[in-house]
Write a protein that binds this ligand. Sequence first.
Ligand SMILES: *Cc1c(COP(=O)(O)O)cnc(C)c1O
Length: 357
Amino acid sequence: MSTDMNTIYELARPEMRDLEAYQESSVHPSLERLHANEVPWRLPGDNSAGGLNHYPEPQPGLLCDRLADLYAVSRDRLLVTRGSDDAIDLLVRAFCKAGRDAICVSPPTFDMYAHAARVQGAGVVESPLQTDEFSLDVERLDNNCGPAVKLVFLCSPNNPTGNLFARERVLGLCEELRGRALVVVDEAYVEFAGEDASLVSEIEEHENLVVLRTLSKAFALAGARCGVLTGHPDLIRLLVRLMPPYSLPSTTVEAVMQLFDPEILKVVDQRIIELRAERERLRRELQDLAIVQRVWPSQANFLLVESREPQRMLEAGRDAGVLLRDLSARPHLRNCVRITVGNPAQNAKLQDALRGV
Ligand SMILES: *Cc1c(COP(=O)(O)O)cnc(C)c1O
């Protein structure tokens, strides 16, 4: 597929095109650091590798290499962010001019996309998912994406509905919107969907496809705040210029580097397998409860449940010391509650509580 190197820049806010990156101090470990106004001592108890008195590397080389391996993507197509929320915010700021441009979302979905757009003063065009199984309505999306829409956010597997969108539909949408908008696929839960579910492998073929990955869910590092945006190298270059200079804390980088021990990665894989089995078991058992009307199939680590009496369900959970997410007032999600798959003890506690109602 031919690539038009200018498309990314043409879609971006005009101000972004001429923006220069903040000049960070270069960091070579063998040199004395008398260039960055840091103090030359550590606080007592600072056992970090590099010393917290020093500014971190903006896009740490070794971390980028490891993440590139993890996601099987080349270095120039990857940006390390403070979680996907940071990536969503960067994209909206780079592509949406306040009062003029817009994003498109397919509700019911994750709220952060619309939130980031509102903060930026950008419009939010809604193109709902199909009502039967929450599948992607590509034709409707295409029709709804007028010239103002610069970014189309898709979440797959979708939060809170749990379903993975068909690969051909997402890629078909990329083709339809080529040169008009970027298609941003948020894959926060894709590890729970099984192998080869990710679209990262398609970014070279589709220059307007952007894929967001995070370490917050399957990799159990929500507290570390680390995610990856993958896409066209021009996009990465553009976003680097917009990022705050030292945005990745050294504590985050050190915590994340632990992940790449092969033993740890093996544990992660094993846990994912266990969680998937637990998800299916919990789904079957919830389905048999009197208060449950319906449980949707899920490719993520949560289940969307339609309840006969959502408020009673939530209360029963709370009385047993279990929090559930109330979605019952949301459009498209009447009487729905989202339940995160916990460990077997937590799930048993919940089931006991719900069996009584
Ligand atoms: C949890 C979640 C994320 C993760 O965000 P981070 O900022 O990486 O922690 C991203 N997208 C969706 C849809 C989520 O549910």
